[in-house]
Design a protein around this ligand. Sequence first.
Ligand code: SF4
Ligand code: SF4
Length: 345
Amino acid sequence: MVQLSFDAHLCKTCPTGDCLVKCQYLDVDREKAGEEMVKISEGKDSFVLQDCVTCYACEEYCKRGNHPFYLITERRQEKGILVAPRAITRQWVNIGEPQGKYKVGKIRDKVLSLGFMPEYLESVKGELFEDLMPSYVFGQEFFCNVVYIHFADTAIIKQRLPRVIDHFKSLGVREVVFMHDECYGAFASLAPAYGMEVPFKAVHYFEYLYQRLRDLRDKIRPLRLKAAYQRPCSARLCPDKHHFVRDIMNLIGVELVERQYQDENALCCSGILSLCFGYDIAHDVKARNLADMVKHGAQYCVFNCPACQNTLGAEVAKMGIRPIHMIDLCRMAIGEKSPNGVRPT
Ligand code: SF4
Ligand code: SF4
């Protein structure tokens, strides 16, 4: 049975209450944090169910293996607490509906999953992806659906994710490299939390890129630039892969600026905030984030999630900082792209 595993006893004995104490959008002390999580687990009301802005970060802050954000999401749906207007939620849920229009390449044991992000169809080119392509999958049939936790809709995830797992199973693949870290989080975090069996090895594309860059080490020309990294909400579902950001930067000669809003303290790109929680909070978060990049001298802003890049790309450019996706940065380092996007001669 697909059901969230959450242990309220861990919250009753929790020495830190970090899930809510570290939350950047709520003001909660240690004692209250444990109390609220126990109340939520018992199905009681809590201000957290009203005020949480779905940044996913408490999934990372809890070091006791509980799943505070999945629990908040479950209870919101049970109580009918809407995060966004019904029409917006419905529209998003419809976007992920399988249409039978998926694409698959020449499938081998090891496959690259592009989820349902068309941007990736263009970017997975060149030597970095030579040992995987053209073994790839793309389309709603392979889309994790985890984004719906932003909309307090775990029912649709519980319904669709087992079917997505079946689609991978029918291909007989042994290993899947996920380009979208929310898809990786679906199989490394959410599926196990709900007791779903994953019949393949899930690999985060940062780990893949790091290994591939090491293979191509002779081609790397250190970029010698300073960058800020925009960490997406989905990265909170796989915090054990976050170190690859620094590992990759070190390998390609990029200095990550030591700024306030990075690592555990990262701020949301503000996309979901403006969609669901209003422009005031979105503007405040965006302004603080951008000012932090400028203050610490970032020349580039490196994106992991294309949705973050769509939300913040033009804004960072206005501040004189160049937006770039992690893959394009890596391709620059091995001479496949120049800083102005044209392949060097
Ligand atoms: S969810 Fe985790 S961090 Fe929060 S109170 Fe429970 S055990 Fe502690
Ligand atoms: S998801 Fe983010 S805003 Fe919501 S309670 Fe967790 S840390 Fe706070």
